[in-house]
Design a protein around this ligand. Structure first.
Ligand code: I3P
Length: 128
């Protein structure tokens, strides 16, 4: 645990609403199904919630809510993917297990900020 009492790797880094679709599972292509998702970057994971109640800042904490799914960012790859969608401001996240997600926002500054923050976590994990 660090000086402020939080166990390293469990700090909330970022949270917000993005459009999300999963496009592959274990390398197998899936049919797109875009949905708004409350996305939380905490420690080494990106956690997805579909419940709007999850937007309460306390609800991401362990035991307080039920995430839809969670992605381990260790070894993950990020790339801009405007060629993979008719939507603008889209990037693709690929996990080591071959799961692929597209994340999108109409607000360019917002999606850039997410890209940068997730890439920083991936880079940090690569160096461990
Ligand atoms: C898909 C839906 C998606 C679209 C996708 C379509 O149709 O319109 O929104 O992705 O395009 O196939 P359906 O609802 O019938 O499954 P984008 O919004 O990202 O363009 P795609 O097949 O070219 O990926």
């Amino acid at each position: 645990a660090s000086a402020n009492g939080k166990v390293r790797g469990t700090e909330l880094e970022k949270a917000g609403l993005l459009n999300k679709t999963k496009i592959a599972e274990g390398g197998r292509k899936l049919r797109k199904n875009w949905n708004p998702s409350w996305v939380v970057l905490v420690g080494n994971s990106l956690v997805f919630f579909k419940d709007p109640k999850s937007q309460n800042p306390d609800s991401w904490k362990p035991g307080n809510s039920c995430p839809e799914s969670s992605v381990d960012l260790r070894g993950a790859q990020l790339q801009w993917a405007n060629d993979l969608s008719s939507k603008k401001n889209v990037f693709k996240l690929r996990t080591v297990t071959g799961n692929e997600f597209l994340l999108q926002s109409d607000t360019e500054s917002l999606i850039r900020e997410w890209y940068r923050t997730i890439q920083n976590v991936i880079d940090r994990l690569d160096k461990e």
